[in-house]
Ligand binder design. Structure first.
Ligand code: GLP
Length: 240
């Protein structure tokens, strides 16, 4: 099905959607072993990463040539901290597959100069030839990466203030809401737009309303994911 220029694929369950996307990625990797991937964190990609680990265990997918760039990181959180997105990726994907650690890239949330760190990351992505394929989750307020409502269409990788709802949603990864950082660094909407193919994943009843706004609603800075309607190659992967 196509809606506002985006391809929509709907599956019975999140598990079957994740399985289909993992199989699709394994085929892409077979055709292009040196693929450059942009990757998300959050609850949404966990079944996808689990399926990729299963495929890898069966020798059905090879990550040896893959380069990865994660979307975002909390400010003030070092990659070695258990609540960092880097630690999340290690747990859920990188430790489960044969990815070369030298090809894994992150924004450093503990960098002393965030603006400099963001510019460095943009340069690193450009040097890698840009992102072939970027996978996104969707925040309950319509954010992609950490591009909160208000993010502009051409925004670069930068430091942002987190929304109240986003901090609340992130509480599960910290000791309590007070421990959730107020700021993050994220690929911008403009950086996301440079990816050649974008997959947006969302599961569960609680995301239904924001999914509808993102794909059928007006293109608006109040729902940053709605900007994806303008990207030439977006596939939306949903459960019922
Ligand atoms: C965080 C991440 C986003 C992610 C979102 C959704 O805010 N920065 O990249 O898409 O969470 O999280 P979940 O998948 O847990 O709903």
């Amino acid at each position: 099905m196509h809606v506002n220029g985006m391809t929509i694929r709907r599956f019975a369950t999140a598990a079957s959607a994740a399985r289909a996307l993992a199989l699709h990625l394994s085929r892409c990797l077979h055709q292009q072993p040196q693929l450059t991937l942009g990757l998300p964190t959050g609850r949404t990609p966990i079944p996808l990463y689990r399926e990729l680990a299963v495929l890898h265990a069966r020798n059905a997918v090879d990550f040896a040539g893959v380069s990865t760039f994660n979307l975002d990181e909390f400010v003030g959180v070092a990659g070695s901290a258990p609540e960092s997105y880097r630690a999340f990726m290690e747990r859920h994907l990188f430790s489960q597959v044969n990815i070369d650690p030298r090809r894994v890239h992150f924004l450093n949330g503990a960098a002393s100069d965030a603006a400099d760190e963001c510019r460095r990351y943009e340069r690193q992505i450009a040097r890698a030839g840009g992102l072939d394929l970027l996978i996104l989750g969707l925040g309950t307020n319509g954010h992609i990466g950490f591009n909160e409502p208000g993010a502009w269409e051409t925004s670069p990788t930068r430091m942002v203030r987190l929304d109240h709802l986003t901090r609340h949603d992130a509480t599960k990864d910290f000791q309590g809401e007070d421990d959730v950082p107020y700021r993050a660094i994220t690929m911008g909407v403009g950086s996301i737009f440079k990816a050649r193919t974008v997959y947006l994943m969302a599961w569960g009843q609680h995301k239904a309303h924001i999914v509808q706004q993102a794909i059928e609603g007006d293109i608006s800075t109040s729902v940053p994911a709605s900007f994806l309607q303008k990207h030439p190659n977006v596939k939306v992967i949903l459960d019922k």
